[in-house]
Design a binder for this molecule. Structure first.
Ligand code: PLP
Length: 370
């Protein structure tokens, strides 16, 4: 019998969540599928969204994989190309790119001068990134016009959007020290105003789509919301997103404890009274967070209970004292349907994004198609 740890990907949920993104912004929506579709699998997300407006990611090889799966529509590399070799792949597969730094423009220039066979390829579609205060990628607003001109001077490019990324779109209230959405919009507008030609605009991530619907986009970028996660554990977002991933397993052993008995490595948990412990075939080598504390919620037989004791590589231990029908073979849900991933994440001092991305290869994948 195979190990019972299974990750179920709910394709209708992804479809539902994408439709919510589209209904929130009156624009096209990139379905963001970096990090293997936030751990859901590129193929699964593509299967769920065969009519998406476009897919955005950061890994060139997965972009090529998406073409091989039969996707002919727009693909965007959110960080553009990483080296010269990527450029021929991008041309060959008609992939759009973000340009965020001078070195990328230099590389393009060099490539056009030396390697491009201009007659044989279509224009490279470029999304020019503005650094509006997050200070990771992008040109500062006063450098954008210059970068824009340098790109236009290349032959066969098309500048599709001016784009930027929010640092705090998930915050309902902004601390005076934080960079607000409004600050960033002001920076963006100064960059946009400085270029003469009209380009499209791509600003909103999931948080902005859900909480700042008035922001205008030609292309919004929906990541976490596609998967039914919320952009931050603190955001109260009530838009009926559906979880796209359920991590489940089974109880494979039961222990009866007396008051004072300890559980697992380091004996972190001690029974305060007689209790029943279910031992579940799922551990940190499956992607369950090792930092989860005693009391982290978990479902056994659909009943909410608590994980207790240190998480080990292959096993976790759960309190089943008050679930009389819990036994060997009982289904256990670590997160997903019936237990929001964000809630589990908060008990492990992390975010749903990290849990989704962290499910490991040894966990069997089940696609739920309808
Ligand atoms: C990952 C990413 C997104 C999606 O962010 P979510 O918070 O998951 O919606 C959007 N834009 C860029 C540039 C990204 O890298």
């Amino acid at each position: 019998m195979p190990r019972p740890a299974i990750v179920t990907i709910h394709l209708p949920a992804i479809r539902h969540n994408y439709a919510i993104a589209q209904s929130k912004v009156q624009s096209k929506v990139w379905a963001v599928i970096k990090a293997n579709g936030y751990g859901h699998g590129i193929e699964a997300v593509f299967k769920a969204l065969p009519h998406a407006d476009g897919f955005a990611l950061v890994e060139v090889d997965n972009a090529v994989q998406l073409r091989a799966l039969g996707w002919c529509g727009p693909i965007l590399l959110l960080q553009g190309f990483f080296d010269r070799m990527d450029l021929s792949v991008i041309i060959k597969h008609n992939i759009e790119v973000v340009v965020h730094s001078d070195w990328q423009i230099e590389l393009l220039k060099h490539w056009y001068d030396n390697e491009a066979r201009l007659e044989t390829h279509h224009p490279i579609r470029i999304h020019l990134k503005v650094n509006t205060g997050m200070n990771r990628l992008g040109f500062s607003p006063d450098k954008v016009a210059q970068a824009y001109q340098a790109l236009l001077a290349l032959k066969k490019v098309e500048i599709v959007t001016l784009t930027a990324h929010f640092a705090n779109a998930d915050q309902a209230q902004i601390d005076a020290l934080e960079v607000s959405v409004l600050d960033q919009l002001r920076q963006f507008e100064s960059a946009h105003g400085a270029i003469k030609q009209k380009t499209g605009v791509s600003l909103s991530n999931s948080a902005a789509i859900l909480l700042h619907g008035a922001i205008q986009n030609d292309w919004a970028r929906a990541g976490i919301m596609l998967y039914g996660g919320t952009p931050s554990n603190s955001a109260s977002i009530d838009v009926y997103l559906q979880p796209a991933m359920t991590l489940s397993s089974e109880i494979i052993a039961v222990q009866t404890l007396q008051k004072g008995d300890k559980v697992g490595y380091g004996s972190r948990f001690m029974a305060e009274e007689a209790m029943q412990i279910g031992v579940v075939a799922c551990g940190y080598a499956d992607g369950y967070p090792r930092h989860a504390i005693d009391g982290t919620p978990i479902l056994v037989e659909g009943v909410r209970t608590r994980m207790v004791g240190r998480v080990s590589m292959d096993l976790i231990t759960v309190d089943i004292t008050h679930i009389p029908n819990a036994q060997i073979g009982s289904p256990v849900v670590m997160w997903g349907k019936g237990l929001p991933i964000d809630e589990v994440a908060s008990y492990a001092d992390t975010i749903g994004y990290e849990l989704m991305c962290g499910v490991t290869k040894r966990v069997r994948v089940l696609l739920e198609e309808a």
